[in-house]
Design a binder for this molecule. Sequence first.
Ligand code: FPP
Length: 257
Amino acid sequence: MWKFTTSKNSKLNPDEMVLDADNIPCHVAVIMDGNGRWAEQRRLPRSMGHKAGVENINKIVRGASDIGVKYLTLYAFSTENWQRPNDEVSTIMKLLVEYLRKELNNLHKNNVKVKTIGDISKLPKPCIEVLQESKVKTENNTGLVLNLALNYGGRADILYAFKNVFADYKKGKLNAEDVENLTEKDFSDYTYTAGIPDPDIIIRPSGEQRLSNFLLWQCAYSEFWYSNVMWPDFTVEYLYKAIYDYQNRDRRFGKVK
Ligand code: FPP
């Protein structure tokens, strides 16, 4: 059972697994990896792994929201995932549509705001439509931001930002001096994650320890947390353990204490 305390009156206690309510990461990003292997381990088709993966999302959304995480970014489909077999790509797209059609009212009722990062214009039309509907319906919600990374790649994000800067230069919104003096903060405002703080922690289940082109610009000072459990088996307990470990890390941001 997880308990919560504030940093003023208690130290984290590993026996009790106490989470510090004053040090909840603002932005948690998750690479939802291991659906395929989860299915293979059960001699099921990979599509069943993706289905189980989607069924896991609500629990994690609720668990994150319950403890006050503000942004939850889920890596759902990368710019490289198009290279998977066509039927797997269309399964993932169908699951996305099904999930949002089924859960949108619930997400809205729970004050969740749906956002996306990545070039969603290249997704199938039903995906674009349901994503648009989800964003419009939830745009004034003030709770957890559920940020879906779709047709997203970290390199594509940096290139997207660069092209946006150039577009503003061509329109005259920026002059040559503005571009020369562009700061890291200014550049961040041209990426897909404009307005969203950098992830405090990036979680990757499934045993792989790599970023796979996720949030490359934004992860400069993110804490990484890995687990061998496959995404469909990733429970709220794992999420809280990741946050517990995060709270025990010494984040120095390149400075000395
Ligand atoms: C990684 O597992 C998972 C994906 C590439 C797709 C995840 C996407 C979904 C579950 C659907 C998205 C839907 C919503 C609602 C966000 P993998 O297939 O790479 O697993 P493996 O490494 O074990 O093969």
